[in-house]
Design a protein around this ligand. Structure first.
Ligand code: PEP
Length: 249
């Protein structure tokens, strides 16, 4: 039996409300060949302001959806933040946490991300937890030390059942939005290592970093890679779904 593939799109700060409506006008046709495929789970993560049209389009097409960040407190004096109860009213199923852009541009710490992971799980939403090393960390031989710190911070306070619910996304920082992809062997090495560290053989582990139609088959065919978290190529339905098409051959 072929494995289930998770194809998740992270739009980052792209696609306005009206552009999201337009995306879903085109999405239906591009998704038609794969709709109903039990071995495919598609998800899209949009900016907060596009969550309403995203929720409508996602529900119509039977895909999962969510936000790219959230704050862990339920309400209060946190100017500019969005809470989990606010997102629950949109019926989000998943939330991306710890993306490298949150860590490196906005200074999010392992400790803050861990609080968010726990709060999201407590609310019955699935965290898509991102982790990965910078180029400097890789070149100085620190890849596994850094990733162990990032992953342990997020899961150490969780029960085994919670650890299993999290979706993990290994995203080497040097491969995000750069056009440089980790080789299938590099990605597999880290995803296999992560599965052991997480201690849950059935954990869902995605690879992210310049995934597109032309490199999807090799990456997604690796044993420990359960799917892809896709940035740039997820902005148009054609280039997004082409990734699964390429894998299927
Ligand atoms: C991402 O934003 O998570 C990502 C992997 O981006 P890209 O596919 O553009 O490298």
């Amino acid at each position: 039996m072929s494995k289930k593939i998770y194809l998740y799109g992270n739009w980052k700060m792209n696609n306005t409300y009206s552009e999201t409506e337009k995306f879903f006008e085109e999405f239906e046709g591009a998704y038609a060949p794969f709709k109903g495929d039990a071995n495919l789970e598609v998800g899209i993560f949009a900016p907060f302001t596009s969550l309403w049209p995203l929720s409508q389009g996602a529900k119509k097409n039977g895909i999962v959806f969510g936000a790219q960040n959230v704050y862990y407190e339920p309400k209060g004096a946190f100017t500019g933040e969005i809470s989990i109860p606010m997102l629950k009213e949109y019926d989000v199923t998943h939330i991306i946490l710890g993306h490298s852009e949150r860590r490196h541009i906005f200074g999010e710490s392992d400790e803050l991300i861990a609080k968010k992971v726990k709060a999201v799980l407590d609310a019955g939403i699935i965290p898509v937890f991102c982790y990965g090393e910078t180029l400097e960390e890789r070149e100085t031989g620190n890849t596994f030390t850094v990733m162990e710190r990032q992953v342990r911070a997020a899961i150490d306070g969780l029960t085994p059942a919670e650890v299993k619910k999290v979706i993990y996304a290994y995203e080497p920082v040097w491969a995000i939005g750069t056009g440089k992809t980790a080789t299938p062997d590099q990605a597999e090495e880290v995803c296999g290592w992560s599965r052991k560290l997480i201690g849950q053989p059935e954990a869902v582990i995605l690879y992210g970093g310049s995934v597109k139609g032309s490199n999807a088959k090799e990456l997604l065919s690796m044993k420990d890679i359960d799917g892809a978290l896709v940035g740039g190529a997820s902005l148009k339905p054609g280039s997004f779904l082409e990734i699964y098409g390429a894998y299927k051959g």
